[in-house]
Design a protein around this ligand. Structure first.
Ligand SMILES: C[S@@+](CC[C@H](N)C(=O)[O-])C[C@H]1O[C@@H](n2cnc3c(N)ncnc32)[C@H](O)[C@@H]1O
Length: 396
């Protein structure tokens, strides 16, 4: 199996750092000391830089100097921020327009803790050594100052990364889950309770097909929605070009159950699985059968673009009663929700899927399945089931 592509800290190391963000200050400091303050600073700035893509910034480039204190040490980085991309360097720029000083323990909490805002030790300064020439709107001094303020604000928003609106993230990262498809409001409804948890999210289908550097729009959207999560993308093509911290890619075929089993054993269990892969009915069914057992209780499994279930070219069928399609599987899940109430031969015990699917939310082209325990008591044994209940009432 291709190993997941990643950069910066190993996923486990980063997960440990994110967990530490919610612990007492001395434990946060110990976690920073273990990982190394310089590496932690670079990881946090990379995270902030990635988040800035979802926030409007200044058109021109602005230097931002971070001075982060840790015990008696100070780690300094100068970042060149712009509306497009951040460059993070060690160079001391002559006079960065913005300077941010903060305690490193607090910055780690600001970026990754569940609470917030964590800014008691932060000082922000905007350089004012030059003098304004005048007060005209196009005065260069005013323009630079405006750019500095915009950038400072961009940094603050990105540091906390509380993006409450998934649709906004979809638009910012060019994910087609809103615009053409209209999935993000549904996802927000079902995924919101998991948002602050250290979730593991798997999306099948990275996008960009055989170009290793193209695609990943939705993976980036999930990364910033789940600001403490690890995001995995699975695709039949190698997608090494899009890996970044907290975002990993694995190559494999969602229609191959053996591969999926090995993949899930190595990278699961997952809190969320989103199937946006081939959309072939057989693949959709195989992926669900193999991967649903590897979804944690309380997790969700989503199947996108279920329209293909009605299209013969995609292994679907225009016959609504056909078996073997992805929607036929979904319809069977509905019956399974009520397995306790079905009249079945004694020896036919409920399947693992029947016992663990707790809700099936079906929308236009999107199905979201919730996992948990579906072992609620059925109707009492004395309730008549095979005779007309009115004959039973009449005798009372
Ligand atoms: C619609 S695109 C995914 C878009 C992406 N989820 C997004 O929202 O940004 C479908 C992707 O599924 C991949 N794919 C097709 N067949 C597959 C298979 N059998 N197993 C895994 N991935 C597959 C394609 O290579 C393609 O990149």
């Amino acid at each position: 199996m291709e190993q997941p592509m990643t950069s910066g800290m190993e996923p486990n190391e980063l997960t440990a750092l994110i967990s530490a963000a919610d612990r007492p200050a001395d434990e946060v400091a110990a976690a920073i000391a273990t990982a190394g303050p310089d590496r932690v600073v670079d990881t946090l700035l990379a995270e902030i830089a990635a988040r800035t893509r979802a926030i409007g910034g200044a058109e021109e480039k602005v230097g931002v100097r971070f001075e982060l204190s840790f015990d008696t040490d100070r780690v300094v980085r100068v970042v060149t921020a712009g509306s497009e991309v951040w460059e993070i360097g060690l160079d001391q720029e002559d006079e960065p327009l913005v300077t941010i000083r903060q305690d490193l323990v607090e910055l780690l909490r600001a970026v990754f803790a569940t609470g917030g805002p964590h800014h008691a030790t932060r000082d922000m300064m905007i350089a004012d050594s030059a003098e304004p020439h005048g007060l005209a709107a196009d005065d260069p001094w005013l323009r630079r100052r405006r750019a500095a303020v915009l950038t400072a604000h961009q940094v603050v928003e990105a540091t906390y990364g509380r993006f409450t609106d998934l649709t906004r993230l979809a638009v910012a990262f060019d994910a087609d889950k809103w615009g053409g498809h209209w999935y993000t409001p549904h996802y927000q409804r079902y995924f919101e309770p998991l948002r602050d948890q250290q979730v593991k999210v798997l999306e099948i289908g990275i996008g960009g097909y055989d170009d290793p550097a193209l695609g990943g729009a939705s993976l980036r959207m999930w990364k910033h929605y789940f600001r403490r999560g690890q995001i995995y993308g699975l695709d039949i093509f190698l997608k090494e070009g899009i890996a970044e911290p907290r975002l990993h890619t694995v190559r494999g075929d969602q229609g191959d159950p053996e591969f999926l089993r090995r993949f899930a054993a190595e990278f699961g269990p997952f809190d969320i699985v989103v199937d946006d892969g081939s959309h072939f009915s057989e693949h959709v069914r195989t992926s669900f059968q193999v991967l649903f057992p590897h979804v944690r209780p309380g997790g969700r499994y989503a199947i996108e673009d279920t329209q293909s279930s009605y299209w013969p070219g995609w292994g679907g069928s225009s016959d609504l009663a056909a078996s073997g399609t992805s929607m036929a599987m979904v319809k069977a899940l509905l019956d399974g929700l009520n397995h306790q109430e079905q009249i079945r031969p004694e020896e036919l015990s409920p399947t693992a899927v029947e016992r663990t699917v707790t809700a099936v939310h079906a929308h236009h082209n999107l199905v979201v399945i919730e996992k948990g325990s579906n072992a609620e008591q059925g109707a009492p044994v004395w309730v008549p089931k095979t005779v007309d209940p009115r004959t039973w009432y009449a005798g009372r």
